[in-house]
Design a protein. Sequence first.
Length: 458
Amino acid sequence: MRDVVVLAIVLGSVPICFFSPYYGVLVWSWLAYFNPHRFAYGIAYNFPVAQVIAVPTLIGAMFTREHNRNIFTRETLLIVMLSCWFAITYAYSTTVPELAYNEIMFVTPLSELITVSKVILMTLVSIWLINTKDKLRYLFLLTAFSFGILAIKGALFGLRTGGEERVWGPPGSFVEDNNFLALATNMCLPMLYYLARYEPNRKFRILMRITFVCAIFSVLLSYSRGGLLGLSVVLGMIAMRSRYKTLSITLLISTALLVVSFAPERWMDRMGKFVHGNLDNSAERRLNAWHYAFVLAKNYPLTGGSFNAFTPRLFEKYAPGLEYAGPHSVYFQMMGEHGFVGFGIFVSLLGSCWFSLRKLERIAKTVPELGWMMPYTQMLRVSLLGFMISGAFLACAYFDLFYQLCAGTIVLKILCRKQLLLLASKSEDTTGTDSVNQDEPEWVPNTVLATLGQGHAV
């Protein structure tokens, strides 16, 4: 029955995607994050649902009139540069015998390149198609609830087992591992919180808040130490940016004390070692992997070892005497697989998104017509911070959700640029360019535009 429902939704969406490619972006995101086909047990389990939706969406995107005319920003350029660099490092690795044919769990470097390229392509398509604030809102609501439903499921599972068992994601998905599920949930917590604050429907707002609480417990019950650290930072950031800082921090501390008081012994034992700095075998292997990534990057400073560079064979050569481990960090993953150049582009993309969101937040405070952007700038900054903190302990540099955060930042910049130009045009039409009064609120858009270089620096 589950197979029939999933396939009916996917196949029934194909013709709609041709005529409404934005709908295809939503369906593709739902399939990528919630993985409904992984809850089926028949033909739908391994059915290429993402490809079935992506093809008509791409075709529809080429002919639709509802799109952004100019999607190029600093972040767009960095994403394209990163994608091109992935192709370059792969091409170079095929010419080096020790780097070629690195296969891990039946996954080849070429298949990895194809998968990552698809993610980036759909990211660019979403930037092209999301041309209104409502479309942006629906995408993030869908994303939040895709992981939110998994969080509710995880919280109920934890309640049923008394917290003695770890919470896992859908089998065969990117978030199957408990650590990746914790990372994704941390990134979605700000979406649930900030979108709920501005949600007009009271019942929907209550549902989002319940999901937010369940998501917190889902992260805790994942037994992920990186997830716990990321959760602490995300909740701390939300509390510090709250209108009721004292109350929020008090509730946060009270919740932490309750968790410590009633947490299962297995959970306390695992987290206690982490808090007190006692490294177990898993933590030591992470340090080994980071050392290996740095040494490999020194030997191939421009290109690194490309995809699947973390293999036992290469590990033995470049980190002799150390126990083999996967990358366990987005930063060392990029460094080891794509060299210092790829690492630099990746970190530049993170930093560019962060500072662009800060600039957009300042503009939103200055221009009343752009006040709607405030929850998005705050939400994306905290989500990005959750990725940067939890991602420091996980190999998730190619995670779809990270690139969606980048896409959200780019779309905000595009919509901000369009709105400012529209406001400036209206102000000039009604007042005249020779009588500009910088003290009047209606001339704030012109001042902002001048600061931003007529929108190109946005």
